[in-house]
Design a protein around this ligand. Structure first.
Ligand code: ATP
Length: 229
């Protein structure tokens, strides 16, 4: 059974349709890249998976369970760990408080998270709003890990960061893949990094899934046509 399976998913913002017949499958232990140019529906797909937006048609199955009636606040309990676009930590809580506020039982605790991101231990008592962009991103990933997810969803986790910090973030994602085998859904603009880390990819174009397959099968013709690279 797949860990996550979307079939024939449609979604709307008011009267305006954003997703049309989206299909996506993610297996346990895999990294799936969700790709597409700006405005093609990647974040909307993530919102549907995490139940921040209901799908009007189709099905979203997580570990075989239909998520149709699961409210957003219960998605984390089901094992969906989201690192949202724009990070969104609690600005006036310390690093430690941000992490503890998200905690659920499991192997990911303060010690494990700071093992992955030692800088968060150094900044333990600092307010989140005083952290650099890269540190805030580490905190956002740490918060998602503290929920002990079965699936980690990273929406533009390296956006707006300096190249050296980006590399740190990618290194931590690689470690998660190699050392824990965590299933990861990743959205990012860097095709090169996605190629290096993902097993499979799904491409969205104008709200439709137009290509899916193994990363090595992603040809220049396909990236040219749908990603403009
Ligand atoms: P980006 O890479 O720019 O984040 P994306 O692929 O994540 O793009 P979405 O944010 O999912 O794209 O947007 C898909 C479509 O839905 C776009 O046409 C966008 O304008 C529209 N849309 C997104 N959020 C809303 C909203 N809150 N209300 C109305 N329309 C929206």
């Amino acid at each position: 059974m797949s860990l996550l399976k979307l079939s024939h998913v449609s979604a709307f913002y008011g009267p305006s349709q954003a997703l049309f017949d989206v299909h996506l499958t993610l297996e346990e232990g895999q990294v799936l890249a969700l790709m597409g140019r700006n405005g093609m529906g990647k974040t909307t797909t993530v919102k549907v998976i995490c139940r921040m937006l209901r799908n009007r048609g189709g099905k979203v199955l997580f570990d075989g369970q239909d998520l149709a009636n699961v409210p957003a606040y219960r998605a984390a309990r089901k094992g969906l760990g989201l690192v949202p676009e724009g990070r969104r930590c609690f600005p006036n809580l310390s690093v430690y408080e941000n992490l503890i506020a998200a905690a659920r039982p499991g192997p990911w605790d303060f010690q494990a998270v700071t093992g992955l991101f030692p800088r968060l231990a150094e900044r333990r008592d600092q307010m989140a709003n005083s952290l650099s962009g890269g540190e805030q991103q580490m905190l956002a990933i740490g918060r998602a890990l503290m929920t002990n997810p079965r699936l980690l969803i990273l929406d533009e986790a390296t956006e707006g960061l300096a190249p050296v910090i980006r590399q740190e973030i990618w290194a931590s994602i690689r470690r998660l893949k190699q050392e824990t085998g965590m299933a990861i859904l990743v959205i990012d603009k860097s095709l090169r990094e996605l190629r290096a880390i993902a097993d499979n990819a799904v491409i969205l174009d104008k709200g439709r899934s137009v290509w899916s397959g193994a990363i090595p099968d992603l040809s220049p013709q396909v990236t040219d046509r749908y990603l403009g690279v």
